[in-house]
Design a protein around this ligand. Structure first.
Ligand SMILES: O=P(O)(O)O[C@H]1O[C@H](CO)[C@@H](O)[C@H]1O
Ligand SMILES: O=c1cc[nH]c(=O)[nH]1
Length: 288
């Protein structure tokens, strides 16, 4: 970008900057970045990684690097950065602009990014982990459209196939993480945008909903969430290896409401985290 070499760069939503912080000293050793919607999940993931990597100190001492702002949360555990991105494309897009600049200013090399999230499944048992093959839009196209200067720019959402396969291999080495590689549909809404009948507004019938989900299934889509296309597109444009790993909370052929018990949902959310932790430990040569 023409501006990243400027005298000062302020990463406003992180409350970090090149003049105020020694970014290479703070982040220069980062090799893995994990992102997900919720700040609490990303804190829990950092605490989990702290244990998994046998880091010194107490988990309760892992502080939110962005605590001065409540837009995003960020935690660092050795070579792993865990960052929240909120819900939807605009929120993750802003975060990724600043994250990618942070990695650039910190002179990080060979970083892998993972989105560890939740999703609605299509024809899968709840709790199944989906590693994204193609991230597709609501028309099942593997692309992300961004309006720039009043014009639509179309970017490819292709992800790293080798990385996805390596993650699938990791899932076979762990107990109780049913995992598939499949297409993920990214929408701009949780309710009507995902064909839900239970929003404040609904403009279609049950049969029309099911027909859309069937079409998605035919296009190889097995889960629906709200950030994968922009995440894939931005990482690809910046030559960063990336993967999307989301657990399904329900089977959308069977309903719209997420009525599963809270404890079960918490366990489901830990599945992508366990998978990525296993991958990271293998990459770091920490497996027995
Ligand atoms: O589990 P996270 O990462 O929050 O992501 C999913 O959950 C949110 C909707 O509940 C959307 O942001 C969707 O993409
Ligand atoms: O159905 C779901 C569940 C989680 N996240 C989504 O975007 N959709």
């Amino acid at each position: 970008s023409p501006q990243t070499g400027a005298v000062q760069d302020i990463l406003y939503h992180f409350n970090l900057g090149t003049k105020t912080h020694n970014l290479p000293a703070m982040f220069g050793d980062i090799k893995f970045v994990c992102v997900g919607g919720s700040a609490n999940r990303m804190r829990a993931f950092a605490q989990f990684m702290h244990q998994e990597l046998g880091q010194p100190g107490h988990v309760d001492d892992i502080r939110d690097i962005c605590e001065e702002t409540d837009r995003y949360s960020m935690f660092k555990v050795g070579p792993v950065l865990s960052v929240s991105h909120g819900m939807g494309a605009p929120s993750i897009s802003i975060m990724l602009h600043e994250l990618i600049k942070l990695l650039y200013h910190s002179r990080c090399r060979d970083v892998i990014l993972f989105r560890i999230g939740t999703s609605g499944g299509i024809g899968l048992a709840p709790g199944t982990v989906v590693i994204t093959d193609k991230a597709v839009d609501s028309f099942f196209r593997p692309q992300f459209e961004q309006v720039v200067l009043g014009k639509v720019i179309v970017r490819s959402t292709e992800l790293d196939e080798g990385l996805s396969k390596e993650l699938l291999q990791c899932s076979t080495e762990l107990p109780d993480i049913p995992t598939v590689i499949a297409n993920t549909m990214c929408t701009h809404d949780f309710y009507e945008g995902q064909g839900r009948l239970d929003g404040a507004l609904c403009s279609f019938s049950t049969e029309e909903k099911l027909e859309y989900l069937r079409k998605a299934h035919e296009a190889g889509v097995r889960n629906i969430e709200m950030e994968s296309t922009v995440f894939a597109a931005m990482c690809r444009m910046c030559n960063l290896k990336a993967a999307v790993i989301c657990v399904t909370l329900l089977n959308r052929f069977e309903g719209d409401q997420i009525s599963t018990h809270h404890d079960v949902l918490v366990e489901y959310q830990q599945r992508p985290q366990g998978l990525v932790a296993h991958f990271i430990k293998k990459r770091l040569g920490l497996m027995a």
